[in-house]
Design a protein around this ligand. Sequence first.
Ligand SMILES: [Zn+2]
Length: 453
Amino acid sequence: MEIAGVDAKVVAEVEKEVVDLLVDLIKVDTSNPPGNETETARLLDAWFRARGLEGQIVGEPAHRQNFILRLEGTRPGPTLLLLAHMDVVPAEPASWSEPPFGGVVKDDHVWGRGAGDIKNLVAAHAVAVARLAASGRDFAGTVIYAATADEEEGTDCGARWLVQNRPDLVRSDFLLNEGGGEFQMVRGERVYELLTGEKGTAQFRIIVHGEAGHASVPLHKGNAVVDAARIVQALYEYRPDVHMETLPADYVRLLVDDDDLCRRLLEASTARAALAELHERDDMTARLLEPHYGITFSPTIVHSTSEAINVFPEQVVVSVDCRTLAGRGEDEVRAEVERALAGIEAPWDVEFVGSVLGNASAAPSPFSAAIDRVMERAVPGAQMVSLHCVGFTDSNWFRAAFPDVVAYGFGPYIEEDASITSDLCHNHDERIHVRDLTFQAVFAEALARELLK
Ligand SMILES: [Zn+2]
């Protein structure tokens, strides 16, 4: 295996170490719920101790703890936090070709739940930190290694717990987390996503009120099921206001090679119609771009309060996954819901179920410049695009707690492009190419050296 600018012997050493560690990590079932991340924290503690490094296991409850290790360089300087979560989403073994917690290495891939989200980075960052230590800590500043609990489901015991309860351990100037680093091949070159912010969530329920009663005589007005169906349809058809402030214009230009369509996609007044056109021509690209234009509504659950087939329910509850642009909150969502449902003649209320305000870090920055330089050397011709994550990562808690931190999502791939890697996360047969895993470790070490020169 080759990585540009890196000695083949070093690549081979890193490969062995990072594959072995990822295999061991996958064998510990940290499906969330219930998580049980402490067992993985202990594994990491022992792994680092075997290399002469001492970290600490912190958190609560006792079975959901985090592992943190701080490595001081030989000179003063800023602090870089390498973050990755230890928990994974559950796996249904019957759907897998290899056991999800078996840690099988086959066909140049490490197979198992967490291989791509995100035990790969738990392993890659660990190898990077161990190598920085073994080579004499020749850097200016501090590198913090953090393997955290509870990202996939509750978000209570991991990153959020740490920033609230142990800010002394995790406060940092720069934070490298999961989320970005996949690439697409565009006209023969790799285009990488650097995630510099996250959209927020404002999930809500619409409670539709109806007339309860016996269903033997049809209700032409007041059947909450029929009204809920109209509400679902209206939300689906509604096109929320377009906001261009976080739209990655250079990404649009790279992905859409029709100049006229591109111009319309980059203009607020024409963007919705242009997106509809793009969905017809190239649905995959349209799906990549659409979430960056504003609020999204995705109805996901419809639930009736009556379980009896012969009874009109008093209420039907429509649950909607809603994502908002960074910095925009519930008030805006409420106004958009009211507009979306203005034509519906049925009594309904909206109820939010826990919102998180999306946030972002400055970009470009000295951090993104260092990432660019490392990528230029390792992947000649690579192009970097900054954009916001349309989902959610733990970077949000760090930005909210430490407003000065520059937090990005970037764990770069080099072998398999996003058309392969993005489908594997949270799916059966999750796996990572050994070359990608090795590159992620090489990259993290090189970035720490470049940033903390
Ligand atoms: Zn993840």
